[in-house]
Design a protein around this ligand. Structure first.
Ligand code: ATP
Length: 292
């Protein structure tokens, strides 16, 4: 095999709780992760030597700062590969959005290089190496629905939610994950998301129960700096969303809908108000190592 194409799926958080701040500066979290049907496309091609990255998105680095490069380098070092690889990224996932765009590209790189060079690493092996690139990378390798604990790398598979339509809206602002985590006072969080209740609702395939528990403790921090997030949520809710939430550290907001027509109508309402330019109607997906 000289060439391999891999989809790299985005995620949303159905629930995000910060348990405490760790001594190393990281935060211990409990998050319900969910893959959605929005994806980048990576094309990996064998070359004679070196690692090179190209992309159709002018904002992204193509040097060693791209997470794709970091993932490829780790795989090359681990397996002593002396051949080369060129990886082209077609970027569709909004950048700095709270949708793990960079992490999922890294995950697809680990999976793609494993396939292309027939290295035989297990999912577990790839997840172990993946955490060196970022805390969300092991989850992106796994894909689907999962509880993420620790710094995000301790994963438990959960049942996928019942089918629903999602509107994903990324306002035209960039949010730094670092800034948001630096400004969350984990001791001062007054209301913690009902993560265990969410897990039960997933087990019972109860979409109303899932939507009733959508909550993210980072939302209050990001909303303070960017009130447009509240405006988008309001617009989605007024246009038929069962519920809505900011994903990760934001600023992307998603709404859950029972029908595609309602979702499309709500997307248009957000667009008309000029709150967001990057807007998608999508759904829950599998992603990860299994979801090509
Ligand atoms: P998370 O949900 O994990 O916080 P995010 O959606 O907030 O992720 P990303 O889109 O992953 O943020 O990227 C944030 C920064 O990482 C960007 O400013 C970008 O320069 C850098 N980066 C490096 N490689 C990539 C990549 N392949 N795709 C996107 N961003 C990348």
């Amino acid at each position: 095999m000289d060439r391999c194409v891999r989809k790299a799926y985005a995620k949303i958080n159905l629930g995000l709780d910060v348990v405490r701040k760790l001594e190393n500066g990281y935060h211990e979290v409990r998050m319900i992760m969910q893959t959605v049907g929005l994806f980048d496309v990576l094309t990996l091609e064998k070359r004679s030597a070196g690692i090179t990255v190209s992309t159709d998105n002018g904002e992204l680095p193509t040097d060693e700062n791209n997470l794709i490069y970091k993932a490829a380098k780790l795989m090359f070092e681990k397996h002593g590969i002396t051949d080369g690889v060129h990886i082209h990224l077609e970027k569709n996932i909004p950048i700095a959005a709270g949708m793990a765009g960079g992490s999922t590209d890294a995950a697809a790189t680990f999976i793609g290089i494993n396939e292309l060079f027939e290295l035989g690493d297990s999912e577990e092996d790839l997840r172990e190496l993946g955490v060196k690139v970022g805390a969300d990378v092991p989850y992106c390798i796994m894909g689907g629905t999962a509880l993420a604990e620790g710094i995000g790398e301790v994963l438990t598979r959960l049942p996928a939610p019942p089918e629903a339509y999602l509107v994903v809206a990324k306002p035209d602002i960039n949010v730094s994950t670092k800034f948001v985590y630096e400004h969350i006072d984990s001791e001062g969080v007054e209301h913690h998301p009902d993560i265990d209740g969410m897990i039960e609702a997933l087990e019972q395939q109860n979409l109303d129960g899932i939507v009733a528990r959508l909550e993210n403790v980072l939302e209050a921090v990001t909303v303070k700096a960017h009130p447009v997030i509240t405006e988008i949520k309001k617009t989605l809710n007024e246009n038929g969303a069962m519920g809505s939430l900011m994903s990760g550290s934001g600023p992307t907001v998603f709404g859950v809908f029972a029908s595609e027509e309602k979702a499309q109508k709500a997307l248009e309402a957000v667009q008309e108000k000029g709150f967001a330019k990057q807007l998608f109607v999508t759904g829950f997906a599998e992603g990860g190592i299994h979801g090509k």
